[in-house]
Design a protein around this ligand. Structure first.
Ligand SMILES: *Cc1c(COP(=O)(O)O)cnc(C)c1O
Length: 373
């Protein structure tokens, strides 16, 4: 029986040694290791802006929205095809996530539909870089300027990717990354808010530590504030030294991971494009680090194909179920493309430990299934 995982963390002795060092030092919480990780992310991205690490990508999105002053009575435009984290982060502020349709070829937010969903309460748009595709960012920012909206990028799929010649996060309004176990790099769990807006960064830094003002600087020196003020709501969303140690070891490997992921994705494209019964999505035009490899299985065959691959020990995913069809985020209106893609999208295994032999097996089994179907 084969057993090919859809995605996985790829860790080595570097991560083990880094965590061991933190355990031996005996300072596990948020301290100087987090500061070092943030500085290294800044250097890697090539940004002069602010990088604030938190304990999940969802926390990053939540704090980013809250820092923009978004709350009850406000609305945020979100593509319906995304992980439920995007919707829950908006809901956590008390604001309403407004589900928008997506573009059939890319599963990215459809701005024509987003325009229909604008209201007097719309405050922001949260584009999702689905499958690491950032090609529509220029249009999204133009849409945001035109409609006086802030932009919170859900960049959970695109850490290390490039858009218009710069790394994702450098030029955006507020950009949120995830370092959960299966993302391009991991810190165990974790995330980061990247922005050039000093006020946003300050809010995030205080709010991640229960709102304690300026505690971040003390923590970076492995200390803490005793004499402090608190001006707004806060959470226990900070990143720990243990997480940062894993993240630093992973960041040192990102070019290597990126190369393997790109090669695997390129091979899927070469072997599968034009094959009957499937449609590949349009990929990002600049060198991306592909986080997932979803394609569309046509003619209502998705679940059958998925089951057949499963029988051969090949794990696949269905990213994602349209959020506007979930009970909590249910809408009266329909979003035809999101609903169609929700039934067609199938993601194939993609991670740095996937061997060429395993990938050949996946491709051959998929083709055989499609021909037989
Ligand atoms: C992973 C992910 C998130 C949330 O990140 P966590 O670190 O798991 O909280 C948000 N949006 C998308 C599209 C994701 O894939």
């Amino acid at each position: 029986m084969n057993s090919v995982r859809l995605s996985r963390s790829v860790l080595g002795k570097e991560e083990i040694e880094a965590v061991t060092r933190i355990l031996e030092e005996g300072y596990l919480g948020m301290g100087s290791e987090v500061h070092k990780f943030e500085q290294e992310i800044k250097g890697f991205l090539g940004t002069s802006g602010f990088v604030s690490c938190v304990n999940s990508g969802t926390a990053a999105l939540h704090l980013a929205l809250e820092a923009l002053g978004i709350g009850p009575g406000d609305e945020v435009l979100v593509p319906s095809i995304t992980y439920v984290a995007s919707f829950q982060a908006v809901a956590a502020t008390g604001a309403k996530p407004v589900a928008c349709d997506v573009i059939e070829e890319s599963a990215l937010i459809d701005l024509q539909d987003a325009r229909r969903r604008l209201s007097g309460a719309t405050r922001a748009i949260m584009p999702v870089h689905y499958a690491s595709n950032t090609d529509s960012l220029e249009e999204i920012y133009a849409f945001a300027v035109e409609n006086k909206l802030r932009v919170v990028e859900d960049a959970a799929h695109s850490f290390g990717c490039t858009t218009q010649g710069v790394k994702v996060g450098v030029a955006g309004d507020v950009v949120c990354f995830s370092f959960d176990g299966i993302k391009n790099i991991t810190s165990g769990e974790g995330g980061a808010v990247v922005t050039n807006d000093a006020n946003i960064a300050r809010h995030v830094e205080d709010a991640r530590l229960l709102g304690v003002q300026n505690d971040t600087e003390k923590r970076y020196a492995n200390g803490r504030s005793w004499d402090f003020d608190v001006c707004h709501r806060g959470y226990r969303y900070h990143m720990s030294n243990i997480m940062a140690a894993i993240g630093r070891a992973q960041l040192a490997k990102i070019e290597h991971f990126g190369e393997i992921r790109r090669k695997l994705a390129q091979n899927y494209i070469e072997q599968l494009s034009g094959f009957a019964g499937i449609e590949l999505l349009t990929m990002d035009s600049s060198p991306a680090i592909p986080h997932i490899f979803p394609l569309r299985v046509l003619n209502g065959q998705r679940n059958e194909v998925r089951e057949a691959l499963g029988h051969e020990g090949i794990e696949t995913g269905t990213p994602y179920f349209p959020n506007h069809r979930l009970s909590k985020f249910h809408t009266e209106y329909r979003l035809p493309i999101a609903e169609k893609l929700g039934e067609e999208l199938l993601s194939l295994p993609l991670h740095p430990m996937l061997s060429p032999e395993q990938q050949d097996l996946i491709i051959n089994l998929l083709k055989r299934q499609l021909v037989g179907a």
